[in-house]
Design a binder for this molecule. Structure first.
Ligand SMILES: [Zn+2]
Ligand SMILES: [Zn+2]
Length: 134
């Protein structure tokens, strides 16, 4: 098989893969895909311009994967911000107590879901009040 043929095959394969992928995304009511619950969504926040938004958790991880170059050690890879264009968008948490959206781990050396505003942490609360009675 000559080189041109191999390249052509790769292009065709990629095109088919991309097509199936978009078809899957665009097809309404995919079986097994129920309504997006809040658990499947995550908050994201830009460190540079403070833009907050919600996105599908799966999309977040996919974008993170695309953004991460395995040959380079990136400690905290950020996603590209739609507002300011900088790669400083990180996963965030909406405080169930005061509603502030903050980047995970905003409080250093503390629980990553600690709210920098009201100091509420869901993790801490769940530890404080064990569900088992008695
Ligand atoms: Zn931004
Ligand atoms: Zn709070």
């Amino acid at each position: 098989m000559n080189k041109t043929t191999s390249v052509a095959i790769i292009i065709v394969c990629s095109a088919v893969a991309a097509f199936s992928f978009y078809k899957y995304i665009l097809s309404p009511g995919t079986p097994g895909q129920a309504d997006i619950s809040s658990k499947d969504n995550t908050w994201v926040k830009c460190k540079s311009c403070q833009a907050e938004s919600q996105m599908k958790l799966q999309d977040f991880y996919d974008a993170l994967k695309e953004n991460t170059d395995p040959s380079v050690v990136i400690v905290t890879p950020g996603l590209k911000c739609k507002e300011c264009g900088k790669n400083t968008v990180y996963q965030a948490i909406k405080c169930p107590n005061c509603g502030t959206v903050f980047i995970k781990g905003s409080v250093p050396r503390d629980l990553e879901d600690r709210c920098p505003k009201c100091k509420y942490s869901e993790t801490e609360e769940s530890r404080k009040s064990p569900k088992t009675a008695g």
